[in-house]
Design a binder for this molecule. Structure first.
Ligand code: F0G
Length: 417
């Protein structure tokens, strides 16, 4: 396709290049998912000099949402495949903050996106890119949310969609969504890491355009969650931004967004980033504890938070850079801590998130107890997906339903009135 990225620009489009995150080589072939020289991860580098005359005031003329930040996105906004993603609430959790033991705690509620997770931010950009490249079929491997989002955006764009899911380990809501939007859904007899390697092979053979987050256009869209947080807080930065880590691209996206605004002088420092993993799927946390820049895969990842049940995170190296460069932290939490945090958030604030998302809150609780986060510090937790994504986990954790006859007397009896 000879798509020298940044070439053939139309007016209004921003200059960018795709580069190797590891060796810095420019990558011209738009269909590669790794550096042809060293096999490293790819990243998009924007020409920030182009954005010199841009101001937040100008950007704020558009509604809050992914496309408010179009100058930072490497696709043509006029061709955007959009379901009006982003613009999610930032809840000031005044009941939860003292329970957790911090001065301020906000939850960025990504469950309010069109398909119920933050993946929509990456997919609006990724599927727009696929259309720009003339692709007809898109695909991914997924623990569920990526496939739900891809299926919806592919439907909107009129593209074919193939998704590979680890068999028996995808939450019901997510599976239903992917099927509902018309994707070809394949349950693969293996875990996410194995499904990802199969779908990469299908992409290399030319059967589909890969829209897992190793495609560097996905994190570009996901950057907007960080832009929104800073925007919603009127540039008063929190001490920490905390998020769950699975395949590890989202924490990189948040880092990249903050870095770009720091380069432009819009913020003067970066909040510390904290990545939280499930104890049974914690390769990034293990690497962090050993001070390493790369990680060893975990062979048999296991956790109730199936969204982050990943042992060999494709963007693990990027996540570690994001954590080290911001003087941040990685930690892990047990399934019990995840489910307790999910319930606490729901019952203290009325905010329903899926288990993986609650890992961020559980991580804050752990780090406050360990003295890493101080009681006078402020925290934003990115809660990545909606509670309805995984009704089974919630029902299992919520106890028995009360049963009664259809009389007031019996209802009073069972609830003890
Ligand atoms: N939270 C939720 C709800 C997720 O679905 C995921 C990832 C993450 C957090 C972790 O983000 O991978 O960028 O570190 N879900 C992917 C999927 C893997 O296939 O839906 P990450």
């Amino acid at each position: 396709m000879g798509d020298r990225l940044g070439q053939g620009l139309q007016e209004g489009l921003r200059m960018f290049e795709v580069k190797c995150f590891e060796c810095g080589a420019e990558v011209e072939n738009a269909f590669l998912d790794a550096c042809p020289k060293c096999g490293g991860l790819l990243t998009v580098e924007l020409d920030l000099d182009q954005l010199g005359s841009l101001t937040m005031k100008k950007m704020r003329r558009k509604p809050l949402g992914v496309w408010r930040y179009a100058p930072f996105l490497p696709v043509d906004e006029k061709k955007a495949i959009s379901l009006k993603e982003g613009g999610t609430p930032l809840y000031d959790c005044q009941a939860l903050a003292p329970m957790v033991g911090v001065s301020r705690l906000w939850v960025k509620y990504e469950g309010a996106n069109p398909t119920g997770s933050f993946k929509d931010r990456g997919m609006t950009v990724g599927v727009t890119r696929a259309v720009e490249l003339g692709c007809k079929v898109v695909g991914c491997a997924s623990t569920g949310n990526t496939s739900a989002a891809l299926a919806a955006y592919a439907a909107k764009a009129g593209l074919g969609c193939i998704v590979l899911l680890p068999s028996g380990k995808v939450a019901l809501g997510k599976l239903a969504q992917a099927m509902f939007y018309g994707a070809k859904v394949v349950s693969v007899d293996g875990n996410f890491d194995e499904a990802l390697s199969v779908v990469r092979q299908l992409a290399h053979e030319g059967h589909l355009y890969l829209l897992n987050s190793i495609n560097p256009f996905r994190p570009e869209g996901q950057k907007t969650v960080a832009f929104e947080i800073v925007d919603q807080l009127n540039f008063e930065l929190p001490d920490y931004v905390v998020l769950p880590v699975g395949n590890a691209a989202n924490i990189w996206a948040v880092y990249k967004a903050l870095w770009e605004w720091k380069e432009l002088g819009w913020i003067d420092h970066m909040p510390k980033l904290i990545g939280v993993q499930a104890a049974g799927s914690n390769p990034v946390t293990r690497a962090f504890r050993e001070g390493k820049a790369d990680f060893e895969p975990v062979d048999h990842p296991e956790t109730v938070a199936t969204a982050i049940r990943i042992g060999n995170p494709a963007s693990g190296k990027k996540a570690l850079k994001a954590i080290y460069d911001t003087n941040g932290f990685a930690t892990d939490v047990t399934d019990e801590q995840i489910m307790a945090a999910q319930r606490l958030l729901g019952r203290s604030e009325g905010v329903g998130v899926e288990p993986a998302s609650a890992a961020s809150v559980a991580g804050v609780i752990r780090l406050v107890q360990e003295g890493v986060i101080r009681s006078d510090e402020s925290v934003v937790c990115i809660c990545t997906g909606n509670v309805l994504k995984d009704p089974d986990a919630v029902l299992k954790a919520s106890g028995e339903i009360l049963k009664s006859k259809a009389t007031a007397a019996d209802v009073k009896r069972v609830i003890g009135l």
